[in-house]
Structures are given as structure tokens and as C-alpha cells.
Write a protein that binds this ligand. Structure first.
Ligand code: HEM
Length: 466
């Protein structure tokens, strides 16, 4: 009997339907999967149903779609469906003993320290940094001309993530190199890495060099702060950055966290939160370029909740409900993480279908968010679907762009705050028009951004513009 069937006292699960292996049964549909995994999985779900299995590079992948499947996957015990084993290929980014390379209880303890560093007092200070960095970005744009939206948003979120999470000293020291270093870190995670993290491809070497450069400089900053503990605890008290909180944290035995763990956690947070936020902000922009009829309403909302000259705070951003609904539509239609994974450590089942030990279990926000049974007319951009009365996202585990259950993203509030702060400034300060070829998703890296070039025409607004 499977673990799931045992626990539920149910009868043996049925095998999941297997996608027909055409010519290369070991490789499976690798090419189509690399080109456009979302199209492949959507089409397969239409043919085979909500749970099916297919081979990929010699491994069975059990794919499961829909809120009920999400609940079962996200709520499964880690000794049965393990995120740590599925995401082990990320260990070279996080480092030894950090996040998925740590025992589950140790990872939980690390995540608990982070939650503290993302509390409401800290978010107040972070909102000011988010606004200031977006204003600085716009100040560098021409009065009228073209910019690459993805590259530009990336510049802002690199500065925001660095200042909020690691701190001002690190930002000053690494400054101009950071977009390249973070890019190398992120693009070192590719499909190939899921199956062989030691593959000697150049992207992996760049990833390792970038990590070493970032880690060395963070280690220097830590040494300097440890030498001036009073200043650090003052920074921690004022919610200045995540590093301050981590340096003040203690293990259950009362010891400070080891430096290499602090370094690994910070790099992990940059990795988890920086590029994903850029991508969510970019898709929000692309959707507004495609649906410009929402822009006047969004500006009216800005005028209603924000007083010229006032600081952006989480409280003010919270009142931007239409903007929030537009960001949520970006999360739904173009979730930055299109595939979430678990490794089956024991035989189990999902929605009554067998999941043998050793399989990789995948759920896809990008596929499930477009299920017509869950979201009405799912391919349509429709921010009103979140309004009282409809609230389609209220069904448990329907909107999973930030995961669900115990491992749900702890950076959700930070990410929404950031994307809303960025677009609040941009809506007020600039007019944007499409100039790109259509902004299709690029699935070549782990986080699915609009494909390059992501060019937009920009014109600065005058303060009196309606
Ligand atoms: C738009 C931005 C973001 C997106 C789309 C995103 C998405 C996700 C998703 C889907 C998961 C769950 C993975 C799974 O269950 O397999 C997750 C987990 C996580 N995220 Fe985020 N994230 C974002 C921003 C952030 C930020 C800003 C931070 C930190 C500052 C962060 C830190 C984490 C951490 C630590 C986890 C693991 C939590 C755990 O396993 O207990 N994320 N994120």
C-alpha cells in the first residue's frame, strides 16, 4: 500500500496515465519541454487529465494540476514528498548547510529568522528604499525615447534587494557589478541542473564565480559589523536590513549564527527574491501595455490614495487595490516560477493516482492558473476577478504563484510591496507604449521573464498631467 493510501485507509491508487513516449523513451519530450514547458503540459493535461506521468532524462515525472492536487502536494509530509531533494540542484547557490542543503528542521529554523527580518516594522523602511530606487531609475531615463523594461526594472530591484536584504555597505562596495553577478547566479540554474548539478557547462562556472565574489564581500561586511556590535544592533532595532536581523539572531543554544550560514542565507534570499520580483514587475508592465484602458483608472487611484510629496508606506500601498489586482493578474497569467517540484521518497498518491518512490512530482502555477474550472475565461486579463463577490483566488490553493502550505513563499509581502511601489512611481512619472515584438515568455532559464528585447517607448509626464 502507498503512504497516502495507508494514511487515508483507502484502497490502492490507480496508475497515472502515461504520455506516449515517441522516439526517445529515455529523453522523453525534452526538446518540447525546454522550448515551451507550459504549452506542452497544458496540451498534455487536456488529453490525459489532471494527473499524468512522463519520462524526462531517465526519470519519471508525475505532473498534477488543480487546487486539490496542489493541496495534496503542498501539505504532504516531507518524508514522503520532499522539496529539499527536488531542489538539491540549487545547493551550489545557497551553499553548504543552507536552505535545501540543510536538514528540514534546520531549514525551518533558518526560515524563521527570515520571517522576523520581513516583519511589518522592516517593511516600513523597505518601502522608502523601493520608492527612492524607482525614482532614481526614472531620473536616469530620457525625457522621451526607448528603454528595455526588463533590464531597467532589474536595475531597480537589484538595488532594492541589495539595500534591504544585505545592506548599504555591500551595495556601495559592489554597486555596478551587481546586475551581472546576480544574473550569473540566477542563470546558472537551468533545466540541465535539475538532473546533474555538476555538469561542467559555462553557466555553472559563471554561477560559482559570481557566488564566490558575492560571498567574499558579504563576509567582509559581516566582519566589520561584528567588530561594531552596537551599530549593528541599532541597525537591527530600526529594521534597517536583513543582515542586521541575522547577525542579532541566536541558535537554540544561544550562539550567533555561523558566518557562512548568514552568507548563504543572504545569497539565497537574493536568489529567491530579486529576479523573481523583476519578472513579476515586468509582466505587470507588459499586461498594462497590452491593456492600456486600465491606466487612467490606475492613475485616478494614485491621486486618491497618495498625496504628492508624501512618502510611500505599506499603508498607502495597501490602499492601491486596483494596482494590486493588476499585479495579481500578472502573478496568475505569468507566474515567475512556472514549475514547483517535490521528490517522492516513498510510494504515495495524488488525487488517487499512484506516485512511485523516486519520481519527481511537478505542479505548475502557469498551467493551473489557466484552468477554466478555477478561473473564469482564464486567458483574459481581468483584474475584477479578485473583487468582493467574485474573489476567484479565495478558493484554497487556486492561486499558487508563491506556492502554498508550509513552504509558501515568505517573501510574498515584500515582493507585492516592491512591485506595487515600482508601478506606483512609474504610473505617476512616465507614459509607456509598446515597442517590442509581443513580449512572449522566455523559458530558457528557471524564472520565466518576457523574452529580450523587452523594449518600450517612454515619455516623462509633467507634474500637472491628468
Ligand atoms: C515575485 C517574487 C517571488 C516569487 C514569484 C516567489 C515564489 C516562491 C514560490 C513559488 C515558493 C514556493 C516553492 C515551493 O514550494 O516549491 C517560494 C518559496 C520561498 N521564497 Fe519566494 N518568491 C518571490 C519572492 C521572494 C522574496 C522577495 C523572498 C525573500 C526576501 C523569498 C523567499 C522565499 C523563501 C525563503 C522560500 C522558501 C520557504 C520555505 O520553503 O519554507 N521569495 N517563493
Amino acid at each position: 500500500m502507498t503512504a497516502g493510501a495507508h494514511e487515508a485507509g483507502r484502497r490502492e491508487a490507480l496508475p497515472a496515465p502515461r504520455l506516449p513516449a515517441r522516439h526517445l523513451p529515455w529523453l522523453g519530450p525534452l526538446r518540447a519541454f525546454q522550448r515551451d514547458p507550459v504549452a506542452l503540459l497544458r496540451a498534455a493535461r487536456e488529453r490525459a487529465g489532471d494527473v499524468f506521468v512522463f519520462p524526462l532524462l531517465g526519470q519519471d515525472v508525475v505532473f498534477a494540476a488543480g487546487p486539490q492536487a496542489h493541496a495534496e502536494v503542498f501539505e504532504a509530509d516531507e518524508s514522503v514528498l520532499s522539496p529539499g531533494e527536488a531542489y538539491r540542484f540549487m545547493a551550489p547557490v545557497f551553499g553548504k548547510g543552507v536552505a535545501y542543503d540543510a536538514e528540514p528542521q534546520e531549514m525551518d529554523a533558518q526560515v524563521a529568522h527570515l520571517r522576523q527580518a520581513l516583519g511589518s516594522r522592516q517593511l516600513d523602511g523597505y518601502a522608502r528604499i523601493m520608492e527612492a530606487e524607482t525614482n532614481a531609475l526614472v531620473a536616469g531615463w530620457p525625457e522621451q525615447g526607448e528603454v528595455d523594461l526588463l533590464t531597467e526594472l532589474n536595475r531597480a530591484t537589484v538595488a532594492i534587494a541589495t539595500r534591504c536584504l544585505i545592506g548599504e555597505e555591500f551595495h556601495r562596495r559592489m554597486g555596478a557589478d551587481l546586475p551581472r553577478l546576480y544574473h550569473d547566479l540566477e542563470s546558472g540554474i537551468r533545466l540541465a541542473g535539475i538532473f546533474s548539478r555538476r555538469a561542467p557547462i559555462p553557466a555553472f562556472r559563471r554561477r560559482d564565480r559570481a557566488r564566490a565574489a558575492i560571498a567574499d564581500t558579504i563576509a567582509q561586511v559581516i566582519a566589520e559589523r561584528r567588530a561594531r556590535p552596537a551599530e549593528n544592533s541599532e541597525a537591527c532595532g530600526s529594521g534597517q536590513d536583513m543582515l542586521a536581523t541575522l547577525l542579532s539572531a541566536r541558535t537554540p543554544g544561544g550562539e550567533p549564527l555561523p558566518d557562512d550560514i548568514v552568507v548563504g542565507i543572504l545569497i539565497g534570499m537574493i536568489f529567491a527574491g530579486q529576479h523573481t520580483s523583476t519578472v513579476l514587475a515586468a509582466w505587470t508592465g507588459v499586461l498594462l501595455l497590452r491593456h492600456p484602458q486600465y491606466v487612467p483608472r490606475l492613475r485616478t487611484e494614485q491621486d486618491a490614495v497618495w498625496e504628492r510629496g508624501a512618502e510611500l508606506s505599506p499603508r498607502v500601498l495597501h490602499r492601491m487595490e486596483l494596482l494590486e489586482a493588476c499585479v495579481r493578474e500578472a502573478e496568475r497569467l505569468y507566474p515567475p516560477l512556472i514549475l514547483l517540484m517535490r521528490k517522492a521518497l516513498r510510494d504515495t498518491e495524488v488525487r488517487g493516482r499512484r506516485v512511485p518512490a523516486g519520481s519527481l512530482v511537478m505542479v505548475s502555477p502557469a498551467v493551473s492558473h489557466r484552468m477554466p474550472e478555477v478561473f473564469l475565461d482564464p486567458d483574459r486579463f481581468d483584474p475584477s476577478r479578485y473583487e468582493e463577490g467574485r474573489a476567484e483566488h479565495r478558493q484554497s490553493y487556486s492561486l499558487i504563484g508563491f506556492g502554498g502550505g508550509k513552504h509558501r513563499c515568505i517573501g510574498l509581502a515584500f515582493a507585492y510591496l516592491q512591485v506595487k511601489a515600482v508601478w506606483s512611481v512609474l504610473l505617476r512619472e512616465v507614459e509607456l507604449r509598446p515597442a517590442g515584438p509581443g513580449y512572449a515568455p522566455d523559458y530558457s532559464t528557471f524564472v520565466a521573464a518576457p523574452a529580450a528585447p523587452c523594449t518600450v517607448r517612454v515619455r516623462k509626464r509633467s507634474p500637472e498631467a491628468p
